[in-house]
Ligand binder design. Sequence first.
Ligand SMILES: *Cc1c(COP(=O)(O)O)cnc(C)c1O
Length: 393
Amino acid sequence: MATDNHLMPTYGRLPVHFTHGKGAWLWDKDGKRYLDAMAGIAVNGLGHAHEGVVEAVCAQARRVMHVSNWYQIDAQAQLAERLCAIAQMDRGFFGNSGAEANEAAIKLARLYGHKRNIDNPAIVVMEGSFHGRTLATLSATGNRKVQAGFEPLVTGFRRVPYNDLAAVRQVREHDQQVVAVLVEPILGEGGIQIPDPGYLNGIRRLCDEAGWLMMLDEIQTGMGRTGRWFAWQHEGARPDVMTVAKALGNGMPIGACLAQGAAAELFQPGNHGSTFGGNPLAATTALAVIDAIEQGGLIERAAILGDRIRDGLATALRHTEGVREVRGTGLMVGVELDRPAQGIMMRALGRGLLINTTAERVVRLLPPLILSDEEAAQVVDLTATTIIEHLQS
Ligand SMILES: *Cc1c(COP(=O)(O)O)cnc(C)c1O
């Protein structure tokens, strides 16, 4: 096995090396099997080695992987059409990651502002948010740890508390430079924080009144995970701009910035671009992912499984001191503890379970949408046992 000596040490990696996977399971090099309830941080929505996806990747790789965006790419045009249909958007731009999708959204907001003769267009962003690691997206992110050491930050962001409509209204009254709001429908990295009902509709209304763009970061919440294609569809607060990545390619790197109305007409030839963005391999894979989610009825499954897992955990942990709350929407599940959750990933690993912790005290589950009933029950049992063990240690 190679050492990590020649890798920049940006990750604190766990001591396990996976060699292959199938469905919700991964195997390490010693043949030990793990139930994957984190899905590569909400990426492998269809699990590992999904037949339809594998077939699409292999067949497309044999035909053509990449041509330039100087040429017509049918799969990219088809993918844009399919995504716009499920997301109720008009046009899309493709990049290779979540951060790039958000960069495109931020650039759209600035173009939108300049068009309205606003010289220093600003975007309202939230405390506790996460939007990526590029300079603009880390500047938009509401977590000092992500920003520290990378100053000077990109300017043009106004930060308010999450789930606080009054704070957004205040900005509107005092700041003439603001042109957009960028917000996650549920804080993912911020600890599975679910806003009050009406929050997104409230932001929609404020944006309409102010002439701002409502921009949703659906990178973690999107592609069926919450029990709808996109989390905003629970409330019907359709944004002007939305970003998607993570589960869009089931592991193939691809991200998209989608827009409707005026926001969909802002980019013009030469404004923006990406060499790899939406290439035939990535676009074909994403089309296969959408097909599989649709044909498998996986959005309805995500809702059912999510309820079951949350109920199961709430029951199993109801007498456990140290558990503050079990919450979530669909297959985005968080268990908040009254103390740091550090060490839980390692403890779960020992039990053959992959979960993750975020926002210090929150155990996060992001299992694949293809989970069977039995696997969902196993996720509940293993997670509850691991948490109880952690709290008693
Ligand atoms: C993961 C994530 C991103 C960043 O995506 P990358 O592909 O890592 O650049 C942005 N926003 C949210 C909400 C995310 O969960």
